[in-house]
Write a protein that binds this ligand. Structure first.
Ligand SMILES: Cc1ncc(COP(=O)(O)O)c(C=O)c1O
Length: 373
């Protein structure tokens, strides 16, 4: 039957149609099962259909899921307080939105409004958002080779994506991140961290910026915040909140929806109760060790890099006789493992649910050996 779905991703599905998902595993109708090494789009940190999130959102939807931003609800207040705490800005203020792109866009708007400046800086290759300011001109792009970061006192914000880099897991050095953040903040600009992908335990700490000696002014979150329920948020420090012009306005239909806040609260509770941040650090180490063992016996792997359960495997370039990442991805899918692939960089991507099991890691390593043979 022809599909009415407009597929703008340029990607062919590896699974014909997903019938159900549980934990780290996707099922189709015909008895097929795949380990989801991408956690959806890097969202389902607790695993698909986690009962705590399903229950919290269902109950909230039954009571009141959406009221409009003119009103508040106890669950919104509670989730805001808890999110500000885990984000490291305990006296901060929080606004809930729906997507990561919206959160980053609002964070940038806030930085312009608070500083009265236009110029922005980011590390080259960072994704930040699907549209808007993050896609527009006017950015100073930083690289590790930028010898002197000439960021004068006209910078509104350094918008830092701490290591995701569009799924290629390029981890910026401490020197780059800390020197640019210091320079910008000392000059009156803000440090905005885009934790949409690196937040909620992905890197083995609550937030990716916590691998650096920096204190953000604004933290944007999304993805893992709702474990697949569409919620994002912007956390601003108390100082930034106090500096906002009184006429600053931002209003969206699903701003501060109780159902979304209930999802965030259930995610934070579960992560704390089950020690998932610590688990991400430990299992991430195990994943890298298993992949390095494959690399030791298969010359096709040139690098394994990662932090926590955010991992990339670089393959020998195709023009040097290496295997195409997309082909290795296809072979792994046939063996029951859905991994990401970046053809331009010829690398594989592994961002599994934080509940991934040790036996699933060992099975992936074995399947990768087979796929590279
Ligand atoms: C670091 C980062 N920021 C922002 C976004 C945008 O989030 P969303 O796709 O939810 O709009 C993404 C999406 O992949 C991301 O990886």
């Amino acid at each position: 039957m022809p599909s009415s779905r407009l597929n703008l991703t340029g990607l062919d599905p590896a699974v014909p149609s997903v019938a159900s998902a549980l934990g780290a595993v996707l099922h189709d109708d015909a008895g097929g099962r795949w380990v989801d090494w991408e956690a959806g789009v890097w969202c389902a940190g607790l695993g698909h259909q986690h009962p705590a999130v399903v229950r919290a959102v269902s109950e909230q939807l039954s009571a009141v899921g959406h009221v409009g931003y003119r009103w508040t609800h106890p669950v919104v207040e509670q989730a805001a307080t808890r999110l500000a705490e885990v984000a490291g800005l305990p006296d901060g203020r929080v606004v809930f939105l729906s997507s990561g792109s919206e959160a980053v866009e609002l964070a940038i708007r806030l930085a312009h409004a608070v500083t009265g400046r236009q110029r922005l800086a980011r590390i080259a290759g960072n994704y930040l958002a699907a549209y808007g300011a993050a896609r527009g001109p006017g950015w100073t792009e930083l690289t590790e080779r930028t010898v002197e970061h000439r960021l004068g006192p006209d910078v509104a914000a350094f918008v830092l994506e701490p290591g995701n880099a569009s799924g290629t897991v390029d981890l910026p050095s401490r020197d780059l991140v800390e020197s640019v953040a210091r320079g910008v903040q000392n000059g009156g600009g803000l440090l905005v961290v885009d934790e949409v992908t690196t937040g909620f335990g992905r890197t083995g700490r609550w937030f990716g910026y916590q691998h650096y000696a920096v204190r953000p002014d604004i933290v944007a979150v999304g993805k893992g915040a709702g474990n697949g329920y569409p919620v994002s948020a912007v956390v601003v420090s108390e100082e930034v909140a106090a500096r906002l012009p009184p006429d600053f306005r931002h209003a969206q239909s699903h701003q501060d929806d109780p159902a979304a806040a209930a999802a965030v609260l259930a995610v934070i509770d579960t992560m704390q109760r089950d020690g998932l941040v610590e688990r991400s650090a430990i299992l991430g180490q195990r994943l890298r060790t298993a992949l390095l063992a494959v690399a030791g016996s298969a010359g096709e792997i040139t690098e394994v890099r990662g932090r926590g359960l955010m991992c990339a495997v670089s393959l020998r370039p195709v023009d040097q006789g290496g295997p195409a990442a997309a082909e290795v991805q296809r072979r792994l899918a046939a063996a029951g493992h859905l991994v990401g692939a970046n053809p331009a960089r010829n690398c594989l991507r592994l961002y599994p649910p934080l509940v991934i099991g040790e036996e699933q890691i060992d099975a992936l390593a074995q399947a990768l050996r087979g796929a590279l043979a």
